[in-house]
Ligand binder design. Structure first.
Ligand SMILES: Cc1cc2nc3c(=O)[nH]c(=O)nc-3n(C[C@H](O)[C@H](O)[C@H](O)COP(=O)(O)O)c2cc1C
Length: 169
C-alpha cells in the first residue's frame, strides 16, 4: 500500500465491533504518534488510552452519541500548552498544531493495521477536565475512538477540487 492508498483508506468510522484491539496494534499506533514531528521537537503531547469500563463510561459522557459508545477503545490526544513552542513574533502557541499531527498519525496508523478511527473534537472539555482531573495546562485536543469497523468501508467523503484549494504563485 503506497501512501495515497493509505490516505484514501482512512475515513471517519462511526460504528465499531466490540472486538478488543490487539495490544500489538495499539502499541504500533502509539509508536507512530510518538514519532510525529513537533515544533522545536518539544513533543508537548500526552496520550490517554481509555480501556477500562469505568473510564469508557466517563469519556462517553463527554461526547454523548450512540455511535461513539460502540468503540472498544479511545485515545485522547492531550497537550501541555506550557511545554509547546510559542512563536515570539506573535505569541502563537503551537500545541494544537503538534497535537493534530500526532492525532492524524494515529488515524493513519490505525487504517494501516485494519482499524477504524474518527477524529472527535466536539466533546465537552469542561466535563472532560472534571472527570479526568487534568492539570490546568494539559488540555484534550481530540478523542479518537479505535476499533474494528462495523460498517462497509466508506470512500473518502467529497473533497474540494485542486483548483479551489491550490494557488501557484
Ligand atoms: C478537527 C476535526 C474535528 C472533528 N470532530 C468530529 C466530531 O466531533 N464528531 C464527528 O463525528 N466527526 C468529527 N470529525 C470528522 C469529520 O467530520 C470528517 O473528518 C470529515 O467529514 C471528512 O470525512 P472523512 O474523515 O470520512 O474523510 C472531525 C474531524 C476533524 C479533522
Amino acid at each position: 500500500m503506497d501512501f495515497q492508498e493509505l490516505v484514501r483508506k482512512r475515513f471517519s468510522a462511526r460504528n465499531y465491533r466490540p472486538d478488543e484491539v490487539e495490544t500489538s496494534k495499539l502499541d504500533y499506533i502509539l509508536e507512530c504518534a510518538r514519532l510525529a514531528p513537533s515544533a522545536v521537537n518539544f513533543q508537548p503531547w500526552k496520550f490517554l488510552v481509555i480501556k477500562s469500563e469505568r473510564q469508557k463510561e466517563n469519556i462517553r459522557q463527554c461526547y454523548d452519541r450512540e455511535w461513539f459508545k460502540t468503540a472498544p477503545l479511545y485515545v485522547v490526544v492531550c497537550v501541555d500548552k506550557s511545554v509547546a513552542w510559542v512563536r515570539k513574533s506573535d505569541n502563537k502557541n503551537h500545541a494544537d498544531v503538534d497535537a493534530s499531527i500526532a492525532a492524524e498519525h494515529i488515524c493513519l496508523a490505525a487504517a494501516e493495521v485494519g482499524l477504524g478511527s474518527c477524529w472527535v473534537c466536539n466533546f465537552n472539555p469542561d466535563l472532560f477536565a472534571e472527570l479526568f482531573h487534568m492539570s490546568a495546562e494539559v488540555f484534550p485536543v481530540a478523542i479518537i475512538p479505535l476499533g474494528y469497523v462495523n460498517e462497509t468501508p466508506k470512500h473518502l467523503s467529497e473533497r474540494k477540487s485542486m483548483e479551489e484549494i491550490v494557488t501557484v504563485l
